[in-house]
Design a protein around this ligand. Structure first.
Ligand code: PMP
Length: 430
């Protein structure tokens, strides 16, 4: 494949944009380096780069593109929205309609507020939990990603009862001391933290199915235990469903898992590809938010007509019967192919597949928590990523991300991808 124009675009990007990317996860730092491909346009489940190369895409823009890049129903909604004024700064009926669709689909949510990103949504759930409980501390799980606000850029280094140290320059030590990080899928360390700090903990922030050290399901009973222990100490449970909402079913993962949080943050797939976030919960907690209550949250662009109409159209598309089953079937076929190719070529391979999402790890041990995911073969993943890309398969450039199916993938795309997987594993074994 020729990448001459991509290389040129990257030189220009680096001149004007920090690191050449507007979000660090788009760089190829996590896959041994290289120049990120500059894409020109998307169609269905395909991306075309500025050099004219075609890719079958499983990045799905890190999740949101569940209906494909240009679904006609969503495109029509965005066009109509653009033609009738993109922003009013007043309430619109679109907000009501979209809010009703979300609260209908998600039983734990009586009321919702829209934001412009997942980060804002999670950040506000934390504020609401603090306002509601009148407490400060937050507990979260290592390797989970909750956006880029200060508090969640903190990772506890050494043991469950240690208060965290910051992961990012610019996050103050005092902020780092407000969050405690424990391993996912282990009840005992969480319980120990709650016994020590529980009376000061406002909320426990959970990705109910991890999407940020690959896709990692909760062990049976884990989420139930978190709920029970948190509530016993008067802390709220906050689910970050920014990745998992409308990914596995029409609605939130919490209903698939049968465990109900107090607050939930949403994002990505609910917006049809436009900037979006939302958070919600029962009336008695949500009424803590201004103008009804003392917890402040606002946004000039929040609930903007473009995102609302794209979101409504996206949820309408996602109501089509059979689509989630089809995405899961395709993901299972990819998983089987990856495992078979690993086996045939003597490359230890683990695949975590949940519905229409999967992550491939080069590992000889199962992946249940962050340490397991870190302790996999990064160099092999980097080679795998670049070989797949050269064969026209666009994946997330990190061993900690997922492949996402869209409703636009066809059996032919899956068959082509499987053929590529076998060729790439043969090269990896050489
Ligand atoms: N929470 C989770 C679970 C996420 O995966 C992400 C984004 N990857 C966020 C929050 C932040 O969302 P955004 O990038 O829209 O701010």
């Amino acid at each position: 494949m020729k990448h001459t124009k991509s290389e040129q675009a990257a030189i220009e990007a680096n001149q004007y944009i920090v690191g050449g990317v507007n979000s660090p996860s788009r760089s190829y730092k996590g896959v041994g380096g290289g120049t990120p491909i500059t894409m020109a346009y998307g169609d269905g489940c395909y991306l075309y780069d500025v050099d004219g190369n075609k890719y079958i895409d499983y990045l799905a823009a890190f999740g949101p593109i569940i209906t494909g890049f240009n679904h006609p129903h969503i495109v029509a909604a965005i066009k109509k929205a653009a033609e009738t004024g993109v922003l009013y700064g007043t309430p619109t009926a679109y907000e009501n309609k979209f809010a009703k669709m979300l609260t209908d689909a998600i039983p734990s949510m009586d009321k919702v507020r829209f934001t412009n990103s997942g980060t804002e949504a999670v950040m506000t759930t934390v504020r609401v939990a603090r306002a509601y409980t009148n407490r400060d501390l937050i507990v979260k799980f290592s390797g989970a990603y909750h956006g880029h606000f200060d508090l969640v850029l903190v990772e506890a280094g050494s043991g469950p009862s240690t208060l965290g140290a910051s992961d990012s320059a610019g996050v103050t030590n005092s902020t780092a001391q407000e969050v405690i990080t424990v391993p996912f899928n282990q009840v005992a360390p969480f319980q120990a933290v709650m016994e020590k700090w529980g009376s000061k903990v406002a909320g426990v922030l959970v990705e109910p199915i991890i999407g940020n050290f690959g896709m990692v399901p909760p062990e049976p009973g884990f989420l139930e235990a978190i709920n029970e222990i948190a509530h016993a100490h008067g802390a709220l449970v906050i689910y970050d469903e920014v990745i998992t909402n409308f990914r596995f079913r029409y609605g939130a993962a919490q209903d698939m898992l049968g465990v109900i949080p107090d607050l939930t943050a949403f994002g990505k797939s609910i917006g049809g590809g436009l900037p979006i976030g939302a958070y919600g919960g029962p009336k008695h907690i949500m009424d803590t938010v201004a103008p009804l209550g003392p917890a402040y949250q606002a946004g000039t662009m929040a609930g903007n007509p473009l995102s609302m109409q794209a979101g409504i159209a996206c949820l309408e598309v996602l109501q089509e019967p059979g689509i989630y089953e089809r995405m899961a079937d395709f993901a299972r076929q990819l998983k089987d192919a990856l495992l078979e190719a690993g086996e045939t070529n003597g490359i230890p391979t683990v695949v975590n597949q949940i519905g229409g999402s999967l992550t491939v790890y080069f590992s000889d041990h199962p992946i249940k928590e962050y340490e397991d995911a870190k302790n996999t073969d990064s160099e092999m993943f980097g080679r795998f990523f670049h070989l797949m890309l050269e064969e026209g398969i666009n994946l997330a450039p990190s061993k900690f991300e997922a492949w996402f199916l869209t409703i636009m993938h066809t059996q032919q795309d899956i068959d082509e991808t499987i053929a590529v997987i076998h060729r790439v594993f043969e090269k990896l074994a050489q």
